[in-house]
Ligand binder design. Structure first.
Ligand code: GAL
Length: 417
């Protein structure tokens, strides 16, 4: 028996050696991580893969939220030239899997026991028809506020806990001559604020009814009018030059003492850290007032496009394995501002905002207050998401009043679903 296993072990070792030669293959990675904080996090991944002998061909497509990257991806796939690995969100993963374009990662997932450690809310996107098609690298959430501590201290503003306190705080900042709300007027950024505002008005029940079930009554409700009223309130606290500004430049306004608050996903923390800022000392992180306990999440995943070349397949499997390693999940997410995509990663290396994010994610998941981000493709397929973007942005830019926006929302969602 021993001899048999001995031979078998030798055979497996030889096989692994062959595989690791195949692993020298490059991966071409399409992504939209081009800001300072994002690039720093991406470097953690590049270096990790380099140490494993996997080469990296970079294919960055700038644009938060990934819309431009997804347009490039469609063009590449249509031309029969899909990249090996693609940063992807939520329903987009399911969409490409349904089209039969993604590689099956079951072998590595089984070997590494992903089923046991990846939260169910993520598996819903990482698996298609029971098979693993992508490797989740993080969990972000969108209902966060990032605040400049010295501006708040200087004006005697305490961390707001209700929507009314938040509005009063922004008014105080505005009266002082500083910008209250740093914002970039791009549809995905307007929609990112919208995630938190919807939760602040009606909690997860309303959020789910309107934006997951797409119930016309909830979409057309008085509560939705209040959502758009709150969006208009936020608009009144942004500076005059908000239009078209990139999200990281809005973060920089808070970092550089020009603005007090930014409502943005926790990738913003990556910018603060990159600038050497310390949570609790230089900046504060807290949930959009009125949404404490609720978490609207988005998870960046790397979907692998099906390849026929065994060397390319081996590189994909190694990349997926590397992404899911607990030590990598810690090192990467500490820099990115997100939290690990597995439940068994210790929180020791994380700062206070990260520790809070990890705890709140686990609690929300246990309490049923975890919802997929509307803005980042975790509530609906792209057609519905884009229909919502159009209505939210037109309203935010003053083209419609709240009542008209609600009527438009009902008809746009109906047409897109
Ligand atoms: C999100 C993505 C984040 C962050 C952000 C801004 O869609 O999930 O990782 O990069 O866009 O670019």
């Amino acid at each position: 028996m021993r001899g048999y296993f001995g031979r078998k072990t030798a055979f497996v070792a030889a096989l692994l050696a062959t595989t690791s030669m195949a692993m020298a293959e490059d991966v071409e990675v399409l992504h939209w991580w081009t800001s300072g904080g994002e690039a720093a996090a991406l470097n953690v991944l590049k270096q990790d893969l380099a140490a494993k002998g996997i080469g990296w061909v970079d294919m960055p497509v700038a644009g938060g939220g990934g819309e431009a990257a997804m347009t490039t991806l469609r063009a590449r796939v249509t031309a029969g030239d899909a990249p090996t690995a693609v940063q992807m969100l939520g329903f987009d993963i399911q969409d490409w899997a349904e089209q039969g374009k993604l590689a099956n990662l079951d072998a590595v997932a089984t070997e590494e026991g992903w089923d046991k450690v990846v939260p169910a809310a993520l598996q819903a996107f990482s698996k298609y028809d029971g098979h693993w098609v992508s490797a989740p690298v993080n969990v972000h959430s969108t209902n966060w506020v990032w605040a400049n501590k010295s501006i708040l201290d200087g004006l005697g503003i305490a961390q707001p806990t209700t929507w009314e306190e938040f509005v009063a705080a922004m008014q105080k900042v505005k009266d002082s001559g500083k910008t209250a709300l740093a914002h970039g007027g791009q549809p995905w950024q307007d929609a990112t604020m919208f995630d938190g505002v919807v939760l602040s008005v009606g909690g997860v029940e309303f959020y789910k009814k309107a934006f997951v079930d797409l119930d016309p009554a909830a979409l057309g409700s008085d509560q939705m009018v209040e959502v758009f009223n709150r969006m208009a309130t936020l608009r009144s606290f942004a500076d005059d030059n908000f239009s078209g500004r990139d999200w990281n430049l809005a973060s920089a306004m808070v970092i550089n003492n020009e603005a007090a608050f930014q409502i943005m996903g926790d990738w913003a923390k990556g910018e603060f850290l990159k600038a050497g800022k310390v949570p609790g000392k230089d900046f504060l992180c807290f949930r959009v007032p009125g949404t404490q306990g609720d978490v609207s999440f988005n998870s960046d995943q790397f979907a692998m496009f099906a390849q026929t070349d065994p060397a390319a397949q081996a590189a994909q499997a190694e990349m997926a394995r590397a992404i899911m390693a607990p030590s990598f999940q810690s090192a990467f997410n500490v820099v990115k501002g997100s939290v690990p995509a597995r439940t068994d990663v210790p929180n020791d290396a994380f700062d206070d905002c990260g520790k809070q994010g990890m705890k709140e994610l686990a609690d929300a998941s246990a309490n049923g207050t975890l919802v997929g981000s509307i803005a980042h493709g975790h509530a609906n397929k792209a057609a519905v998401k884009n229909a919502i973007y159009d209505v939210v942005t037109a309203n935010f830019n003053g083209e419609t009043d709240a009542k008209t926006a609600v009527a438009n929302l009902v008809s746009a969602v109906e047409a897109a679903k």
